[in-house]
Design a protein around this ligand. Structure first.
Ligand code: SDX
Length: 416
């Protein structure tokens, strides 16, 4: 094993170099403080690996994304979301028997306890659906206490999340809840719970069903992003699955993370209402004092195209065409992308469209309200969070996550 030499003022040490499957290299500093008294400092963890993981591989330079070794483009083109969920959680794509068993179990657990319906009555009509999702996911632990049944709790979470999401929408529009049905696939069930009303059935459009299946797959995992790291952090204290996932929902809500898809649409609407003046908003995005960022652009890891954005850009065109719709926001998004990718500021910082830049266009075409976009992201990300949580919990050498700090506050002083 190669080593890295670290020369300190009073000593020199060698640290092991770890090499990953795709030849990524890391310096293992787990002995650093014990042998030197030093810690490292890396605000935002841009240079720090929290774990070794076998779930998702991203090459930000090449714009590569693979779940358990399968390129995202292949999974998006040939799998159902539940097959990808099974892959992420269990490590391999299911064979026919395992697939049937998994789908059957998820289908049979889509109802939420009738008592949970009462929770919705307490929320104001304008409650943000991410707040509802986070609290409802935590509340699942009151009905299925503390990891009583690991594998079944995973099934319950994947199965009930769309029901909770659809119920939060029905609550917001004052319509009666539509219960899940066991004869529908995962995506169709969600769409029906969203759009059916008691007096008339909802005919699921294959184009919308397939678009939702694609969106869920593209959001399913993304290695150690902010919300996944949160799930691992909370789960490392031995908090139960539901509490850990609810923490992930809260982290995802932030506008710099999963909340960006809602902000992208709000930004595109603002540009549309302002006469489509790209140059003005590009200048604002480059002006640090403007407080404005080109939402849906940039990424901590991708310094090339986010492969998910590439897929979603063409899917947005296809969905609108298949539904016979046009959306001026898509034209504005494409125009912004063209201008940004030719602009020195964006080129120098290697800022490209990320997964959130085009996803909102498709959610809009499906009729999903803007405030639910991040809920849709969370529905997709659940199996990834679960897989990462499980990998962390199954690690025999796993420890509670507890970073150190450099203290820069007051020296000792007395109340006097
Ligand atoms: C997701 O991590 C993941 O994998 C996340 C995700 C997943 O699947 O889990 O991919 C999902 O969260 C996608 C990102 C969604 N967020 C946005 O679209 C919000 C807009 N983007 C940015 O806020 C930003 O690009 C981040 C948060 C995504 C990344 O931030 P970093 O890595 O901390 O980068 P930075 O803020 O240090 O930016 C580097 C430079 C800065 O300029 P300088 O100080 O070098 O002069 O680029 C600038 C930034 O000001 N910059 C932008 C910009 N993004 C970065 N300037 C204008 N518009 C932007 N969008």
């Amino acid at each position: 094993m190669d080593t890295a030499k670290l020369t300190l003022p009073d000593q020199e040490i060698e640290l092991p170099i770890i090499v990953g499957t795709e030849n990524e290299k890391a310096i293992d500093i787990s002995r650093l403080r014990g042998t030197t008294g030093y810690i490292t400092l890396d605000s935002g963890y841009g240079n720090t690996g929290s774990c070794a993981s076998g779930i998702t591989f991203i090459d930000g330079e090449q714009g590569i994304l693979r779940y358990r070794g399968y390129p995202i483009e292949e999974l998006a083109g040939s799998c159902s979301f539940l097959e990808v969920a099974y892959l992420l959680v269990n490590g391999n794509l299911p064979n026919a028997d395992k697939r049937a068993d998994f789908l059957d179990k998820v289908t049979k657990h889509t109802l939420i306890h009738e008592d949970m319906k009462k929770f919705f009555e307490g929320y104001p009509a304008n409650a943000h659906p991410m707040a509802i999702l986070a609290s409802m996911v935590t509340s699942l632990s009151t009905f299925y206490p503390d990891g009583a049944d690991g594998e079944l709790d995973i099934i319950r979470l994947i199965a009930k999340a769309p029901t909770i999401a659809a119920f939060s929408y029905k609550k917001s529009v004052g319509q009666p809840f539509i219960y899940p049905r066991n004869d529908l696939d995962y995506a169709s069930n969600f769409l029906r719970m969203m759009w059916a009303i008691p007096s008339e059935e909802y005919e699921v459009s294959p184009a919308v069903r397939d678009a939702l299946n694609l969106l869920l797959i593209l959001h399913a995992d993304h290695e150690q992003n902010c919300s996944t790291s949160t799930v691992r952090m909370v789960g490392s204290s031995q908090a139960n699955l539901f509490a850990s996932m609810a923490a992930g929902v809260s982290a995802l809500w932030g506008p710099l993370h999963g909340g960006a898809n809602q902000k992208v649409i709000e930004m595109l609407e603002r540009i549309r209402d302002d006469g489509g003046d790209y140059a003005k908003y590009m200048d604002m995005a480059k002006d640090k004092n403007s407080g404005f960022r080109l939402m849906g652009f940039g990424h901590r890891v991708y310094k090339n195209f986010d492969p998910r954005a590439r897929i979603l850009k063409s899917a947005a065109d296809n969905v609108l065409t298949e539904l016979g719709l046009s959306d001026p926001l898509l034209d504005i998004a494409k125009g912004l992308e063209e201008v940004a990718l030719a602009d020195d500021y964006f080129v120098a910082r290697r800022l490209y469209p990320n997964v959130d830049f085009y996803s909102g266009i498709i959610y809009r075409a499906m009729g999903i309200p803007t405030e639910m976009f991040t809920v849709m992201f969370a529905l997709g990300r659940l199996p990834g969070w679960i897989a990462q949580w499980k990998e962390m919990r199954d690690d025999p050498k796993g420890r509670i996550y507890r970073p150190r700090q450099v203290y820069v506050g007051s020296g000792e002083r007395s109340v006097g």
